[in-house]
Structures are given as C-alpha cells and as structure tokens.
Design a protein around this ligand. Sequence first.
Ligand SMILES: [Zn+2]
Ligand SMILES: [Zn+2]
Length: 285
Amino acid sequence: MTATLDQARDLPLDAHVHTDLSPDSLVPIDVYAALAVELGIAELAITDHVDFDPRDPAFEYTSFEERERSVRQAAERWADRGLAIRFGAELTYNTSWDADLRDHLARHRYDFTIGSVHDWPGSPYVRSRLPRWIEGRGLDEIVGPYFEQVAAAARTGLFDTIGHFDVVKRYLQPYVTPAQLAAQPEIYETALQAIVDSGTALEINTSGLRHSVGETYPPAAVVERFRELGGIGVTAGSDAHRSDWLAWGLDEGYRILARAEFSELTFRRGGAPVAIALPERFALA
Ligand SMILES: [Zn+2]
Ligand SMILES: [Zn+2]
C-alpha cells in the first residue's frame, strides 16, 4: 500500500512508531526508515511497548538492551541519509504498577517517553465486561476509571507526553459513540488539567483516523480545550504498527494542532525538551 505517499514531503517528525520489537508489529526498523526517507519525514521516535503486568503481551517481550541496540544501530545506519531516529518507548501506565515503572525509568534512559493507559487487571473495558459496565451508568462514570489512570499517569511527571488521551472511546465502541462523548466535554476536564499542571505534553495520535472511531485521539475540540487550560506542549504520532501506517493522518494531526494555535511540537532527544516548528503551510492564515 502506498496511500501515505500522497502526502506532502515536509513532515518533521512522527513521534509514535512500533517495530517488530513490539508484540503487535512485524515491521523491521529499516523498513520504516526507508519509508521515512521516501516520504520526506525528517525524524522518527521508535516507541515500542513496555508493559509491567506479566499478563500483558509486551511484558519482557524484549529487553531494554535489545531495543536500545536495535534503535541506536539503525540511527547510525540512517544518519547520513537525512533521517534521525530516536530511542523512545510507550510505557503502559497503571497505578498498580507505578513503582515498577518508576524503577524502570530510574534505571533506563530513553530519548523520549510516552505514557499510555491501555488495559489493566480488573479494567471494566474488557469486551466481556463492557455491556454490564455501561448499563445504567452515566458517561462520566463509564469513562471515569480510564481517565483517573490518565490523570495519575500525568501526575507522575515521568513522561514526555501522554499517548492517545481518549483511546477509551475505541474500547467503548459500539456502545458509546464519539459524538456522545464529544457532547459531554466535562468528562475530560480533570485529566486534561492534570496534564497541564504536570507540564506533560499532549499527544495527538492519528491512529484513530484509521480506526472505526474516525477521529484523532483526542479530537480537535479537546486539543483546543487543552490550549485554553494553559497546555503548552503537544506531540504528534501515527502509532504505526504496519509500514503503510507510518505517518498515516499526520498531516491532519498537524492541522488540528495548528488550528488550536500550536506552532511547534515538543520533543526530546535525550536531553532537555526541544521545540520542532510545524511546517509553514500549517500556519494560520
Ligand atoms: Zn498505546
Ligand atoms: Zn502505540
């Protein structure tokens, strides 16, 4: 598939990419790198999964050392071809393994970290429990446990960015629609405020554009609210698990950020955070 080849060749960064060192991707890092060069993407953050629950698929799927070696060696191979490759991770957050996660980050250094809430033991969003969980509950109660974990992830201050802020809308399909969630924006407020207060960046994750939810995680209105609340940092990633998903929808993601009056991405290359300007064509007229 070459759908992504239609896009412009000026995207500076895709900050959320999974390789075959994640259990749910089969793509070797060099395949992404070659595509990034072809697509004119200047920089990639490789963010393979790191899980802390032994029941989760990425738990000890690879070692830190193997992931770091893979990414650093690829970075060397591709540096002189105009592509920068950074060593990141998408760490699954839950309060129940907060201590393990802190310990991991104290011992291991990444260029860039994404904190994401996925599944956890007892999560009400497991398919088999979902209908019973939703029945008789208001939307705020339905999404409550998810956003409590997102807020807790932000408050740790451990992450550069919070991944796919409202991915819970995917778990809730088809029982709750994105439109229903959008009609009650107050359900996001506490978690958004926690991200703002902690100085963590908010990711716009464009994988939702290829999922049945049909919109980014989070959608434009939430990015705008983040801005109103005083949020200053944003990142953007395609969350690619397949080669044809690399940079998928990133153009749209960048546009949403620009409309919310963000002119740059916040990123980190191992040291202090850096700002990466959005291409000029996204600037508001
Ligand atoms: Zn994720
Ligand atoms: Zn991901």
